[in-house]
Design a protein. Structure first.
Length: 433
């Protein structure tokens, strides 16, 4: 597949055998034999690597790895790896992207990859005076931060300082310094934490008082925002469907219980891709949900509107702290292969792809709820898991159980077990089909 033929539009991809799907992805991304072997073979993460990633290792744990197809983002084709256990998520994202590309695809923008490090002091008597001292010495502190040699060589490093006074109930006013650090193509936690620990000592030298407290990155990355938008032509959706989707958005905008599930659907996509690419899913989740509630009310991360001719306009804005260097991205072989499949050249590009995925996932959920209900598609895919849970041990047994459950409109573990037991009584073998 050369560059002229490269496309994420892969009709019938889900019908192909696994090996043929992997061959298509190999050609799309230019994967090496080692990279495809890592994806295909069990145990691609060695015990040696795992034992050096976390503590108390006893083995490794696998999840299904799928590919979301059809993504056209800023007129560029993307295939997006997703690691998830939840049925219908990959299919829903791919189907949404297929609809959205008919209207021109997704368009994105983002801010610089600035992370905020927090340095906290307690026990300062003249706190307002001390705040001024820090700001008077801001450039010296920034220079000292960058003398640590972290990120500066890549064009990043500490860029700005602000000082906040935080009142507490039991410990008086805390002096908190926010250090704004350009993390380039890294997520930045280790670099920012290292810089904060060094700078905290220098700040105390200027203040000549106080106790150094917390020195750590904030996962509320308000300076590292990413946005994606798409316009879906009214011809692609019934007017009644558009109105129901808009009503669903209004429901989420005014009810925290619905908003939580609304945003969970967004994170179905973003977290699955984050995990597949060896990034920090907890940091991404924390940042997204904090951003959703930053106004004091928990709100949807997406917005739905209708333009003056009736098209559905959808958009998303959220902080996404992602990296294409450092951490697991350079240790886990499948994470490396997945980043290569996406082909993002910068962390900002990766974040824009993930935001588009989250938007697609959310649109899929709202569209499903507004039309056939969320369970029809979900249970159709989940039925295969149910068949396996009931005892099915090969593809033909799975097909037999799923087909009968679907025909009887009863997709449940009880029905699957009943079907499987009858198959066993009749001496069912694959060749009997």
């Amino acid at each position: 597949m050369n560059n002229l033929e490269k496309t994420s539009k892969l009709p019938g991809f889900y019908k192909l055998p696994v090996k043929e799907r992997l061959k298509i992805i190999k050609d799309f991304a230019g994967l090496t034999r080692e990279e495809t072997d890592a994806i295909e073979k069990n145990g691609s993460l060695s015990i040696f690597a795992a034992n050096n990633m976390i503590e108390n290792v006893i083995g490794t744990y696998e999840l299904p790895l799928g590919i979301a197809c059809n993504f056209l983002i800023n007129n560029k084709e993307y295939l997006i790896p997703m690691a998830t256990e939840e049925p219908s998520v990959v299919a829903a994202a791919s189907n949404s992207a297929k609809i959205i590309r008919q209207s021109g695809g997704f368009f994105t923008n983002s801010t610089k990859p600035i992370m905020i490090g927090q340095i906290q002091f307690s026990g300062i008597k003249n706190i307002s005076h001390s705040k001024q001292i820090i700001l008077e010495n801001k450039q010296k502190l920034l220079d000292y931060a960058n003398e640590q040699g972290i990120l500066v060589q890549f064009g990043g490093g500490a860029k700005e300082i602000e000082v906040k006074i935080i009142p507490t109930q039991h410990f008086g006013d805390l002096l908190v310094v926010h250090l704004f650090v350009d993390c380039c193509d890294a997520m930045g936690a280790n670099a920012v934490n290292t810089i904060c620990e060094a700078v905290s000592v220098k700040i105390k030298e200027f203040l000549k008082q106080g106790t150094i407290g917390f020195r750590i990155i904030s996962n509320l990355a308000t300076e590292r925002l990413v946005r994606s938008r798409a316009t879906i032509k009214k011809e692609l959706l019934k007017e009644d469907t558009i109105n129901k989707i808009l009503m669903g958005y209004e429901f989420a905008s005014n009810d925290a219980y619905r908003a939580a599930t609304h945003n969970k659907g967004i994170m179905n996509g973003i977290v699955a891709a984050t995990l597949a690419c060896g990034n920090d899913t907890r940091a991404v989740e924390a940042g997204a949900h904090s951003w959703a509630s930053i106004s004091g009310k928990y709100l949807p991360l997406t917005k739905y509107e209708k333009d003056n001719i009736g098209n559905l306009c959808i958009s998303i804005e959220l902080p996404l702290a992602l990296g294409i260097v450092g951490g697991s991205t350079k240790v886990h072989p499948i994470a490396q292969a997945n980043l290569k499949i996406i082909g993002a050249k910068t962390a900002r590009e990766l974040a824009e792809v993930f935001a588009s995925l989250g938007l697609a996932q959310n649109f899929a959920a709202l569209r499903a709820i507004a039309t056939e209900g969320i369970q029809k598609g979900h249970m159709k895919l989940h039925s295969r898991n149910i068949a396996i849970s009931a005892g099915a041990k090969n593809e033909e047994q799975i097909i037999k159980i799923v087909s009968q459950m679907t025909e009887e409109k009863n997709i449940s573990l009880k029905k699957a077990k009943e079907i499987f037991e009858k198959m066993q009584e009749k001496g069912f073998e694959p060749s009997n089909l």
